[in-house]
Design a protein around this ligand. Structure first.
Ligand code: DGJ
Length: 741
């Protein structure tokens, strides 16, 4: 057991004294504490307390999750009796992690079938131990040698609790796992809760939903093998009447998993919230052999009392400091150019060089060649899988282009879609057995392609080898990793009856390749893309530097997409491009200014055909790119306030980014349409230093709007605010507030 070191942790000392603690761990503001009797466990960090305890019957019960409790809080788990003959004690007891047994009717953490056919699993507390700053709790079935280890850590900056579960078979027979979650969560009964989640489809991702939580189970899931564009592995729970954008309680969570997932939520028979989050049990069975373990993905659970905005900012901070590669020291996203919307498959060395020259003159910092550079890739019917440079398009290989891009002062990026294969490819002809398939059944194509079975070690090693070689032979700084369909026939014939492990082994091997490429090529940056935002989650976030948010590049649609994205994920990784008009997705024509102002609210990129740009367009672009470089640290690393959200039909939206040191703030006011010469309601800023004086200027240059003072205190901007009147449709305005030194 870790010895007491209370002197080093003054805050913990108070807690320890009050709780008569046996164990403490963690830096000054992060704490894991266990009471003397070893029955109550609490994690404290950043004004959040998360606690659970063992009752007289040995159940591990959730006790509290919310704003910080005082050290003497009388936390105690009490055994729950049956409510009626219909509601036995095992089901009435809120369990920190429930086995499927004893009549449980809410979603369990773990559901198994033992070799003799028994399916009763009752998990009770066994022991705890500290593994560094992680609290490990062992649960075991009341009779059979099946053990679940729950692991908890709390982040001292954000109060976010990281949870995992590991199930171990200590018996002599295999155990069939039929459902396995990283975490169960329970919140106390209340009159009502609201469930928030994100869903969508290709080119229309990130739509926020808010529905009353009810006894009808709500399932957020992917059955697609990948995350997909459908549901996100993220949810938030709020209290109607108490929670707004900037006030009130929010409990939120996200599963760090880039494959099929399942998050379920409902209220139980006495109104408590019950959540389960883990692998998707649909089409999932895992045979756990004697001595083997299966680990869940991580689940991040956070609490904020500052509304949905506060919850997002807390989670953004956690992502920026703890998840993204490099954490707080990660480089800001460079302004990039991407060839896709300009040249599609018609990629040639000469054509790309021309674009690169034009991009460099605008101030672009990274040049990315998208699809079409390899194999026989002249359209989407052939070539995927053949990762060799097309000799007709690049007669001297990639080197002349890469050298040119570097000479122009930009880094070089290249598109890949490693997990896919066209039937019309050398790879498929050589290895038709490498794709996911059920023998004798159709191999359904999506975009004329099939999915390679990355769960196979030979496929994994082959792809790693091919990518590694390309990166060794070419001076490439960035890869865009695309994935343009989901699974249809998820078969792995060689794995026989164990083939449903494909859902887990595939994703693990994907993570392995990404991690290995990063290890072998320090400095390499990777973008996660799946037909836009089809594979973005906190799992892949730890292995990639940025995300392609959506293929929908219309700047107005994008405001809604970016708003939804920001509920769960940080603008630090959210890429947005300025593209040509009419927009490919909806035919809308908007000004270049509006397109820039929309795309500057994340990581800025350009995806237009620069050959068609006039000298005037280039001047405009140069002006905006220069302006962006002056605010991008605030946009990418700041605190985001969604001042006016782009709800259905909204004419106006406004977002504010405030630098961590509050020295700069950037306001984007975007107007869809004008009517009745309306002026905006006052925009009251947030997050500024009330006592500091902030001078304001128009982003990109120009005169301040009438009635907006050139300087005022933070208190003024936050209490009085500013009233705008924008003229026209699809117009925007950026304002930069700078604290006087
Ligand atoms: C889908 C991506 O989202 C696009 O940006 C582009 O890379 C295409 N695939 C290329 O096939």
């Amino acid at each position: 057991m870790t010895p007491l070191r209370l002197a080093r942790y003054p805050l913990v000392s108070a807690l320890a004294a009050a709780m008569a603690l046996a164990v403490v761990a963690g830096p000054a503001d992060a704490r894991v504490a266990v009471d003397e009797a070893g029955r109550v466990f609490r994690l404290d960090g950043a004004q959040v307390t998360y606690a659970f305890g063992v009752d007289e019957k040995g159940y591990l019960q959730p006790l509290y999750w919310g704003g910080a409790l005082d050290p003497a809080a009388p936390l105690q788990a009490r055994a729950t009796r049956e409510l009626s003959g219909f509601d036995p004690a095992g089901m009435q007891t809120a369990q920190e992690y429930a086995g499927q047994g004893e009549g449980l009717v809410t979603d369990p953490g773990l559901k198994v079938a033992f070799a003799d056919g028994s399916r009763d699993l009752v998990l009770k507390y066994r022991s705890y131990r500290l593994e560094g700053e992680t609290l490990a709790i062992e649960l075991a079935d009341i009779a059979r040698p099946l053990v679940v280890t729950l692991r908890y850590a709390i982040d001292e900056q954000t109060g976010i609790v990281t949870r995992t579960a590991t199930v171990t078979n200590r018996g002599r027979q295999p155990v069939r796992i039929e459902a396995f979650a990283a975490a169960n969560l329970t919140l106390p009964g209340a009159s009502s809760y609201q469930l928030h989640f994100l869903s969508g489809r290709h080119a229309a991702e990130w739509t926020p939903h808010a529905v009353p939580l009810s006894p009808a189970l709500t399932v957020l899931e992917s059955r697609r093998g990948s995350v997909g564009h459908g549901n996100q592995p993220w949810l938030a729970l709020t209290r109607p009447g108490q929670t707004t954008e900037e006030a009130g309680p929010v409990w939120f969570g996200a599963l760090a998993w880039s494959g099929s997932f399942r998050l379920s939520a409902q209220t139980d028979n006495i109104g408590r919230v019950r959540v389960a989050a883990g692998y998707n049990s649909h089409d999932f069975v895992w045979s756990l052999k004697p001595g083997e373990s299966l680990e869940s993905p991580r689940f991040y659970a956070g609490y904020s009392h500052a509304g949905l905005g506060g919850a997002s900012r807390t989670f953004h901070r956690f992502q920026m400091e703890r998840l993204i590669p490099g954490g707080a020291a990660a480089a800001l996203r460079p302004v990039l150019y991407n060839s896709w919307e300009a040249t599609a498959f018609d990629v040639t060395a000469e054509g790309q060089m021309k674009l690169a020259e034009r991009a460099a003159k605008l101030g672009v910092e990274r040049f990315v060649v998208d699809d079409g550079w390899f194999g026989q890739r002249n359209d989407d019917k052939a070539g995927l899988g053949d990762w060799t440079v097309n000799p007709r398009k690049f007669p001297q290989g990639l080197k002349p282009l890469i050298d040119k891009v570097h000479a122009l002062g930009m880094s070089f990026g290249l598109w890949f879609e490693p997990e896919m294969v066209n039937r019309d490819s050398a790879l498929y002809r050589a290895h038709p057995d490498w794709v996911l398939n059920f023998p004798g059944r159709p191999r359904t194509e999506g975009r004329n392609q099939l999915v390679l079975n990355l769960a196979r070690t030979d496929v994994r090693d082959y792809l790693l080898g091919v990518l590694d070689k390309l990166l060794r032979e070419n001076d490439i700084q960035f890869i865009k990793w695309d994935y343009n369909r989901n699974w249809t026939e998820p078969g792995w014939p060689e794995a026989g009856p164990d083939q449903q492990r494909v859902y887990v082994d595939y994703v693990r091997n994907l993570y392995f390749i990404l991690a290995e490429l990063r290890r072998r090529h320090p400095g390499l940056e990777i973008e996660t893309c799946s037909g836009g935002g089809g594979r973005i989650d906190t799992g892949i976030m730890a292995l990639t530097d940025q995300a392609w948010t959506s293929d929908n590049t219309d700047p107005f649609d994008r405001l809604a997409i970016q708003d939804g994205f920001s509920l769960a994920y940080a603008p630090a990784i959210m890429m947005a491009w300025v593209t040509d008009v009419p927009n490919w997705a909806n035919g809308r024509t908007t000004s270049l200014d509006f397109r820039f102002l929309s795309a500057m609210q994340g990581g800025l990129g350009i995806g237009a055909d620069l050959n068609k740009w006039t000298a005037g367009d280039e001047d405009t672009a140069r002006r905006w790119i220069t302006a962006y470089k002056g605010i991008r640290a605030t946009v990418q690393r700041g605190q985001l306030y969604r001042l006016v959200r782009p709800t259905e039909g909204a004419a106006q939206t406004a977002t504010l980014y405030v630098a961590p040191d509050r020295a700069q703030a950037v306001l984007f006011a975007m107007q869809r349409g004008s009517q009745w010469r309306d002026q905006w309601e006052p925009l009251r800023l947030a997050g500024l230093d009330p006592a500091a004086t902030y001078a304001v200027r128009v982003l990109g240059g120009g005169a301040l709007p009438e009635g907006v003072p050139a300087r005022a205190s933070g208190a003024w901007w936050q209490n009085q605010g500013l009233t705008l009147r924008l003229r026209g449709d699809y117009v925007g305005l950026g304002l930069v507030f700078e604290a006087a030194k």
